[in-house]
Write a protein that binds this ligand. Structure first.
Ligand SMILES: [Zn+2]
Length: 269
């Protein structure tokens, strides 16, 4: 950024503005999620094993849509400080409900977030839905869908949906379905990296907390997804960290937020 001319102005307003710009521009590091230790991951594994099996909830399509829009509205408002921190601008989100038998949610395009009706069935509380939507918002805010990969991502999303009925595979994000992953790999990119996913969980938790949702209840979603997917270890090709690691990191993030609720997520830890 060049500041000739502007810096010569003597008004306090201009100086204050430049100071704020310099502060915002000074840190372009990703948000840095906590790294849970082995004991914390082992405890989370036990917690997942002891969690009750997920229930299927029946709501009408209209009720699902109203719930999704209400939760997304609260989260969008709460996300703004994080948008400014990371993107230096406010953000808007297009949040849609997709009638599908595949439990899935994903971020695509520039600001679109899609949650399927099958995913809505699995979510027992508004807090769990908030965890899903805030996670996808975080993918957008952290610019995980890079400019050059917008088309690749869109292709992977279509692949995931097309394979849904046959695979009936549970996921959050298109890359979790085998078909979606294959489409992504063919196009040269396998969904998001695990680092992106950890960052999305971390930033998503901050957005959720700022919107007044309950992180303890929302975190049950990670236990539930692990129970449903039937696996608690990560293989090389999985795009998301394994459930116990995810839940353990979530718990550490909760402690961090509790210690400084009005603070900002850490960067460059
Ligand atoms: Zn994700």
């Amino acid at each position: 950024m060049t500041r000739t001319g502007a810096t010569r102005r003597r008004s306090g307003w201009a100086v204050a503005l430049l100071g704020a710009t310099a502060m915002l521009g000074a840190c372009d590091d990703p948000f840095e999620p906590p790294k849970p230790d082995r004991a914390a991951i082992a405890a989370a594994r036990q917690e997942i094993a002891a969690a009750p099996p997920p229930a299927q909830n029946a709501r009408s399509l209209a009720a699902d849509r109203a719930l999704l829009q209400r939760v997304a509205g609260r989260l969008t408002q709460a996300a703004q400080p994080f948008c400014v921190e990371r993107l230096k601008r406010a953000c808007t989100f297009q949040v849609d409900l997709l009638d599908s038998r595949q439990a899935n949610a994903y971020a695509s395009g520039r600001n679109t977030i899609v949650v399927t009706t099958a995913m809505m069935r699995l979510l027992e509380t508004e807090d769990e839905l908030a965890a899903v939507v805030a996670h996808e918002m975080a993918h957008h805010i952290a610019e995980h869908i890079a400019e050059g990969t917008l088309r690749t991502q869109a292709g992977a999303v279509v692949g995931a949906i097309a394979g849904a009925a046959a695979a009936n595979y549970l996921g959050v994000d298109p890359g979790l379905t085998r078909l979606g992953a294959e489409a992504g790999a063919r196009a040269g990119r396998l969904s998001y990296s695990k680092a992106d996913e950890r960052e999305a969980d971390y930033l998503g938790a901050w957005i959720m907390a700022r919107a007044g949702f309950d992180l303890e209840r929302g975190g049950m979603l990670w236990a539930k997804l692990t129970r449903l997917s039937g696996k608690d270890a990560t293989s090389l090709l999985d795009s998301h960290p394994a459930g116990p690691e995810r839940l353990a990191a979530w718990r550490r993030t909760m402690e961090e937020i509790r210690a400084d609720p009005q603070g900002m997520p850490r960067r460059g830890r």
